[in-house]
Ligand binder design. Structure first.
Ligand code: NAG
Ligand code: NAG
Ligand code: NAG
Ligand code: NAG
Ligand code: NAG
Ligand code: NAG
Ligand code: NAG
Length: 287
């Protein structure tokens, strides 16, 4: 028993895995100075002679290609060809270098790489991240509610150095309680290198409502008091009793008036989830 378990751990492709998020892509985890051995099979229908190439370089003719991988130059796009040169299959080999210092990584900064926020429990949320430099990094963003339940996200859009992606989880708002967290994964590919960043959150934790709207000031019928009004932001869940907000109000007084109740000149109000310590909205002001 023990012996077979040990043999399993010595599997030569240990540390290499298929990246689901990108077609025909294999990631090799490099965490020491030793070379990793990777076997790549050419999936072709007929039994024929196949030859491997990387770009123009011929790598021998065998169904299975045996690669030693250690540095970036060892990665790349490996193609297998028929006798007449047609491409039958390919495999992109990328390296995940675990032993490089932080500042040399694709995600060269530590801490919170991706920021996500939501305006409402409607199920729509957005995430953003900053590209440290413009060196042709390919980003693939994925979100899941659970292992088998992926959330639809649009393609990321880029504005200067900031990428933003919009996602929609079709199952929220219906629930009073959110019991399963959302996991987001950002895959980054730069030349032959690969890295990823993962984080999980509950929508409640990242909620930042839009500012309150329809602010107004007027007075009571008898003109004795001033009333200030505002409404929930339109983007907030309609079920206000399930998802109540609390508000912060800031009042600016008019010094020229002495009547205590009638000297409100302007006011500002911001909102936050009542039951969860998440982010306050921006201020909305009546002037
Ligand atoms: C790798 O080569 C295949 C076959 O030519 C091609 O379809 C694929 O786009 C290439 N991938 C990359 C990342 O260069
Ligand atoms: C969620 O986003 C989709 C598409 O971006 C949009 O059509 C839909 O109206 C949004 N839902 C809410 C409640 O904001
Ligand atoms: C990206 O940069 C902008 C502007 O410098 C900053 O406000 C924002 O917080 C950064 N985003 C992340 C995820 O660090
Ligand atoms: C996800 O799907 C796989 C295969 O369909 C199944 O084996 C696994 O148990 C599922 N996981 C969850 C958490 O439902
Ligand atoms: C991120 O990379 C590590 C190391 O290569 C890998 O073990 C892990 O499965 C990856 N995460 C995802 C979500 O693909
Ligand atoms: C005060 O303003 C609100 C909203 O604009 C309005 O519905 C209400 O009738 C006003 N009250 C008075 C006394 O003018
Ligand atoms: C709420 O969050 C703020 C900012 O993250 C933090 O300073 C404060 O201690 C938190 N309060 C509670 C009661 O958790």
């Amino acid at each position: 028993m023990i012996l077979s378990f040990t043999l399993l751990c010595l599997d030569p492709v240990y540390g290499a895995w298929e990246l689901d998020a990108k077609k025909n892509t294999m990631i090799v985890d490099i965490d020491s100075d030793e070379k990793a051995t990777v076997n790549v099979k050419c999936r072709s229908r007929d039994h024929q002679t196949v030859c491997w190439r990387k770009k123009k370089r011929a790598l021998g003719c065998n169904m299975e290609l045996n690669l030693k991988v250690k540095e970036q130059v060892d990665g790349g796009n490996f193609t297998c060809h028929s006798d007449n040169g047609l491409i039958l299959d390919y495999k992109l080999i990328l390296l995940h270098m675990q032993n490089v210092p932080q500042h040399k990584r694709i995600f060269s900064k530590s801490g919170e790489i991706v920021k996500c926020s939501v305006k409402s429990y409607s199920g729509n949320f957005s995430c953003s991240w900053n590209s440290t430099d413009d060196n042709n990094i390919e980003y693939i963003f994925k979100a899941y509610r659970s292992e088998n339940n992926s959330i639809y996200c649009d393609e990321p859009t880029k504005n200067k150095n900031q990428y933003t992606v919009e996602c929609r989880d079709t199952q929220t708002c219906i629930y009073e309680e959110e019991d399963q967290s959302i996991t987001v994964v950002l895959h980054a590919i730069q030349l032959h290198r690969y890295e990823n960043y993962t984080m999980s959150f509950m929508l409640r934790e990242i909620t930042k409502p839009d500012p309150p709207q329809e602010l107004d000031i007027n007075s009571t019928k008898d003109n004795k008091h001033i009333l200030i009004h505002w409404k929930y932001p339109k983007t907030w869940c309609n079920l206000h009793s399930f998802f109540p907000l609390i508000f912060n109000v800031q009042i600016t007084k008019d010094k020229r008036t002495t009547e205590a109740d009638k000297n409100i000149k302007s006011f500002c109000v911001q909102a936050r989830d009542k039951f969860f310590n998440s982010t306050w909205s921006e201020w909305s002001c009546y002037k």
